[in-house]
Design a protein around this ligand. Structure first.
Ligand SMILES: [Zn+2]
Length: 247
């Protein structure tokens, strides 16, 4: 807790004291806590106990609501860090997790962590009952192939929950694509920070619109919807979690 507060305090350094808001409430990942907000950006609202952002809290809230038995299920999460991962690691008995390294083949271990490219998973068909990830798919060159792979490794009835930056637009905008093995940019390059490799930046291939639900159906999911989440922190954020189910 002290370490967590120290990290958040460092992130808050830029805020004027009068700009910092505190509220008490229930974090879907760690229970009763205080939330702090020090800038308008959703990354600058955190649970002060587990450091969850509104997006991570949204994942926890939708998982509990849509898949109430998840603690006893086979769950696959595409990360090995962060408050949502730590929540799963604590709560789920049968958790598989992985990271993506662009220079390592799927199925190998790097520093004890399994590496998987979501476009080419090495798991057997029907291996999991739930698959989760946050802010991954905007970086996947062939997202339809990634969605098909997740559907393949889910058992019948399996649930897929994830977040991506969702834009208030009907259609997804492609920023870049791979053609003949080379990245072709249609729009100025945009990168996000990779939280496992610090300053390593990862390319944003697309800005998703509301048609993400149709993309999931194209990839074979039976149900898909964007679930708006009532912000557990009460700070006015409305994270969206995408929920899909295999028949
Ligand atoms: Zn928390």
């Amino acid at each position: 807790m002290t370490r967590t507060l120290g990290k958040i305090a460092r992130e808050m350094r830029m805020a004027e004291p009068g700009e910092i808001r505190l509220r008490f409430g229930k974090c879907p990942l760690c229970g009763w806590t205080a939330f702090a907000k020090w800038r308008a950006n959703a990354m600058a609202t955190r649970c002060l106990s587990c450091r969850a952002t509104p997006v991570a809290m949204g994942m926890g809230a939708v998982l509990a609501e849509r898949v109430p038995g998840f603690r006893r299920m086979k769950v696959y999460e595409l990360s090995s860090r962060g408050p949502f991962f730590h929540f799963l690691a604590r709560e789920v008995k049968d958790l598989t997790y992985s990271e993506y390294f662009d220079d390592v083949p799927s199925g190998t271990f790097v520093g004890g962590v399994l590496c998987q490219d979501v476009q080419h998973l090495t798991f057997e068909d029907g291996s999991f009952e739930v698959c989760t990830n946050t802010e991954v798919f905007e970086h996947v060159p062939d997202d339809l192939q990634g969605f098909r792979e997740i559907r393949r490794v889910l058992a019948p009835g399996g649930a897929f929950l994830f977040t991506v930056p969702l834009h208030d637009a009907e259609r997804t905008v492609e920023r870049a694509r791979i053609e003949n093995g080379v990245v072709v940019h249609h729009l100025p390059h945009e990168y996000h920070e990779d939280n496992i490799r610090g300053r390593h930046k990862v390319l944003v291939y697309r800005e998703y619109g509301r048609d993400i639900v149709e993309r999931l159906r194209t990839a074979g999911f039976h149900e898909s919807e964007i679930v708006p989440v009532r912000d557990p922190s009460g700070m006015g954020h409305t994270p969206n979690v995408v929920f899909a189910r295999k028949k």
